[in-house]
Design a protein around this ligand. Structure first.
Ligand SMILES: NC(=O)C1=CN([C@@H]2O[C@H](COP(=O)(O)OP(=O)(O)OC[C@H]3O[C@@H](n4cnc5c(N)ncnc54)[C@H](OP(=O)(O)O)[C@@H]3O)[C@@H](O)[C@H]2O)C=CC1
Ligand SMILES: O=C(O)[C@@H]1CCC=N1
Length: 267
């Protein structure tokens, strides 16, 4: 890709995206420009990935074809205020903040600019990310394909109706946190039964990875795949019954309800 890609804000999500992009080789790191409130953070990113340090948010806005707003939602208003005069017709703004809509941010620019809403997750760092995408009306088919290609370089990209973006944020953007909790809990239980911790993480993580792959690659219903593990009168069904008794499914639903409620507040 010959475009220049900029990140305003270099926190956890930006770092994962930068790592994924550089690793995929879709872009030369010399064409990635990054700004951050705390400049010292950028030195580490430059040393690790060879990206360009931008002295200011405005420098990113002036130099880049695609500008990813990877700041927290509360910073959107002031950062857009800072850069809006610099944005030209052909540049693309990418919103990644939970709860930030295209319409509300078009208003902040006070004119129509090319805009995509993207909801990535941190596994982009290892090329296994999921990025949900929506586009505004002035994005051309070529612009859309450019953003899709960028996101497919570090995982899967799913174009969805923007009305589903909050759901994608909860179930795709936030869920890695819940999955790490699950892996940690499985591993703690293994340690309780005497397994060395590193082995426990490997076994629990590979079980999660393999199960996800089974859902994606066999096309079978998750319930059928679960049933196939439960031998009649065996051990797994005992655990499944214990999980049902403990409200496992309901706990997951509660987690998504809490997430959606926070997104609904505009964060
Ligand atoms: N973490 C995740 O898994 C995901 C996050 N997102 C979205 O990504 C965005 C960033 O989240 P995350 O990376 O987790 O948060 P972080 O707090 O890790 O990163 C935010 C970064 O923005 C910088 N920053 C704050 N204000 C400014 C400013 N005015 N100008 C320039 N830089 C600024 C901060 O700098 P400083 O070093 O000074 O703190 C910090 O490095 C959020 O909008 C979030 O909703 C979306 C999907 C998944
Ligand atoms: O915690 C957050 O607000 C962001 C949005 C999705 C994942 N992390």
């Amino acid at each position: 890709m010959n475009r220049k890609v900029g990140f305003i804000g270099s926190g956890n999500m930006a770092k994962a995206m930068i790592g994924g992009l550089v690793e995929s080789k879709i872009i030369n790191p010399a064409n990635i420009f990054v700004s951050n409130r705390t400049i010292t953070k950028l030195v580490e990113l430059h040393e690790t990935y060879g990206i360009q340090i931008a002295e200011s948010n405005v420098e990113v806005a002036k130099k880049c074809d695609i500008i990813i707003l990877s700041i927290t939602p509360d910073q959107y208003e002031s950062v857009i205020d800072e850069i809006k005069e610099e944005i030209q017709e052909e540049q693309i703004i990418v919103l990644i903040a939970g709860g930030q809509s295209i319409a509300a941010n078009e208003e902040r620019f006070e004119r129509q600019v090319k805009m995509a809403k993207a909801m990535p997750n941190t596994p982009v760092l290892v090329g296994e990310g999921l990025t949900a995408l929506s586009f505004n009306a002035v994005m051309t088919e070529e612009d859309k394909q450019t953003i899709i290609n960028l996101c497919e370089s570090f995982g899967k990209a799913e174009v969805i109706d923007e009305s589903l973006m909050d759901t994608a944020s909860a179930v795709g953007g936030s869920s890695p946190a819940f999955i790490y909790m699950y892996i940690e809990a499985l591993a703690d239980a293994a340690v309780l039964y005497g397994m060395p911790r590193e082995k426990a993480y490997t076994i629990a993580s590979q079980a999660v990875l393999g199960s996800a792959k089974m859902v994606l690659e066999t096309g079978e219903h998750p319930a059928k795949l679960k049933d196939d593990v439960c031998s009649p009168g065996g051990t797994t069904i005992q655990s499944v019954a214990a999980l049902e008794d403990s409200g496992f499914r309901s706990a997951v639903h509660q987690a998504i309800h809490a997430n959606m409620a926070k997104l609904g507040e505009g964060q």
